[in-house]
Design a protein around this ligand. Structure first.
Ligand code: NFE
Ligand code: MG
Length: 574
């Protein structure tokens, strides 16, 4: 059988360095796939011996994208260890900062990192602007919305702007993509809608970054969380700050309903066939730790916006409870020492780089029989899991969570698609959009709750504790949902200092290599069965990998400061 060995390295429009190798058969169908992080980092080691109150500020350097989320998890792990419960204002502020991160990350992901897997920019230039207005109305009407910024003049201007770049041979941000691939299925008018929203989302991104800084102090890497609460007392007391936050939130909410969701209805419909076939589905096990507290009970007793649980083998009729003691990390195929499954409290991060495998035609391939990635393989009760917005929506839906079920059902009814469509690349992308709408809606409630709580005279933002009493020999966990999925930080404290620290991150779950039993990670298994229209333009592979919103900085969280060469391979930027 004639097979081809594809190498895509680096995968662009993600955070960090990811390499995908795929074997395709004579029909161009993926029969095997390998996911490898080619970068190495090291935050967990840096935290050892530190004051646990400082962990948050250091741990958030794990990533420059989902920064606030590591900050918060780390602080929560220490609060758990110290048995400290934060006041209501602190809970709401943390929900709002993290909610703003969700809006920012999901909108930026869909338009700036993922849209060009669906939208062919060159085709958009052939569209009829008048027909585009009608087309935009059609998709917005599905959910009873007015279409975002749909007007003939706008579309003409967008075309003129991009045509100018094309004529000068300076496509800039649109310079390298698989334009003209048969894998693109949208009409010229639909492509123009996507392109127009892409440009609008660039403006919105700036606003959303600002929004995180209103209570966070700065962005990226907010600085207003401390063990016991938050420090932004002056900001929550200032009605102008609250109003500014709300104004940006309203704009993001409108954009989500009028542009983002409509575009996902459009793409979902045009790609419904392959979604119904389950293309991009992957492991079929979905896990959510649960997230966003809705009351002021201690962290692990409080009700959550996203319920915790596991759905196995795509079976929506049963949800399994999560027991964090069943989480382990395996390093059989990762460049670390050891191979046993260790729980994060006892986790070890000792690099053991063994290099690449065979070299052919000047390309060094991954040594896939042995070690081939800087990402460890996390397991839950000895099973592979997918995490992320899709997992949250599936676990919420299967748990009969009223709010999540309403949003998911609404989407499926409007799109006229069955729930089984969720188990696909399209489903993963749709789940993120559904979640963005849900988040924007509930944040309107949270900001009003914060304003009213402060107006009623509650200015408390911090719970006092006696460090010398609480920080003796203890341990704690921060388990929550980051934009890209289930995120856990585990801290062990001895005599007031960090004894061990481990983070198991969403992209670690999803981008991991094979485990000790040879079972594939979520990215790897999602590619199996995917047909590539043209092996020289593996658009379909990119589309599925991008649908996870990879963040490799997070996944590895270790950096080689010596600038050592970690591998020699063909770099073919796309
Ligand atoms: Ni670096 Fe992250 C998120 C975390 S990673 S972006 O969301 O945690 O998967
Ligand atoms: Mg780790």
């Amino acid at each position: 059988m004639a097979t081809k060995h594809l190498v895509i390295d680096p995968i662009t429009r993600i955070e960090g360095h990811l390499r995908i190798e795929a074997i395709i058969d004579e029909n161009n169908v993926v029969t095997d796939a390998y996911s490898s992080s080619t970068m190495f980092r090291g935050i967990e080691e840096i935290l050892k011996g530190r004051d646990p109150r400082d962990c948050g500020l250091l741990a958030m350097r794990i990533c420059g994208v989902c920064t606030g989320t590591h900050y918060q998890r780390s602080i929560e792990a220490v609060e758990h260890a110290f048995d400290v419960t934060i006041p209501k204002n602190a809970r709401l502020v943390r929900n709002l900062i993290q909610g703003a991160l969700y809006l920012h990350d999901h909108i930026v992901h869909f338009y700036h990192l993922h849209a060009l897997d669906w939208v062919d920019i060159t085709e958009a230039l052939k569209a009829d602007p008048k027909a585009t207005v009608l087309e935009a109305q059609k998709w917005a009407n599905i959910s009873g919305q007015r279409p975002w910024n749909a007007n003939e003049d706008v579309y003409v201007q967008v075309q003129e702007r991009v045509t100018k770049y094309v004529k000068q041979g300076r496509l800039g941000i649109f310079g390298n993509a698989y334009w003209g691939s048969k894998g693109f299925k949208l009409t010229p008018e639909q492509n123009l809608i996507g392109l127009s929203h892409y440009l609008d989302a660039l403006e919105l991104q700036r606003e959303l970054a600002k929004m995180m800084a209103i209570f966070g102090g700065k962005n990226p890497h907010p600085q207003s969380f401390v063990v016991g609460g938050v420090t932004c007392v002056q900001d929550i007391k200032n009605p102008a700050r609250i109003a500014e936050f709300k104004q940006i939130l309203k704009k993001a909410r409108k954009f989500t309903k009028e542009a983002y969701l409509s575009d996902v209805y459009m793409a979902g419909t045009m790609y419904a066939d392959e979604a119904l076939e389950g293309i991009g589905g992957g492991v079929g096990n979905y896990m959510s730790y649960g997230g966003f507290r809705l009351d002021d009970l201690p962290f692990y007793n409080s009700a959550k916006l996203f319920p915790a649980g596991i759905v196995k083998n795509r079976d929506l009729s049963k949800v399994y409870e999560i027991d964090q003691t069943k989480i382990t990390e395996d390093v059989t195929h990762a460049w670390y020492e050891g191979s046993t499954n260790l729980h994060p409290y006892d986790g070890v991060t000792k690099p053991n780089y063994t290099g690449f495998g065979k070299k052919e035609d000047n390309i060094a391939y991954l040594d896939t029989k042995n070690k081939y990635s800087w990402i460890k393989s996390p397991l839950y009760n000895d099973e592979r899991m997918e995490v992320g917005p899709l997992a949250r929506m599936i676990v919420g839906y299967a748990s009969n969570n009223e709010r999540i079920k309403k949003y998911v059902t609404n989407f499926l009814t409007n799109a006229n698609l069955p729930a089984s469509v969720l188990f696909s690349t399209v489903g993963r992308t749709a789940a993120r959009a559904i979640e963005t709408e849900l988040m924007a809606d509930i944040m309107m409630e949270w900001i009003d709750e914060l304003a009213s709580n402060v107006a009623h005279g509650d200015l408390s933002t911090w719970t006092e504790f006696d460090f010398n009493t609480v920080a003796k020999n203890t341990k704690g966990i921060g388990l929550e949902e980051a934009p890209r999925g289930a995120l856990g930080h585990w801290v062990k404290i001895k005599d007031g200092k960090v004894e061990n620290y481990q983070a198991v991150v969403p992209s670690t779950w999803n981008a991991a290599p094979r485990d000790y039993k040879g079972r594939l990670g979520a990215y790897e298994s999602s590619l199996i069965g995917t047909k590539v229209a043209n092996p020289d333009q593996p658009l379909e592979i990119l589309r599925t990998i991008h649908s996870f919103d990879p963040c490799i900085a997070c996944a590895v969280h270790i950096i080689d400061t010596n600038g050592k060469e970690l591998g020699v391979y063909k770099v073919n930027p796309i």
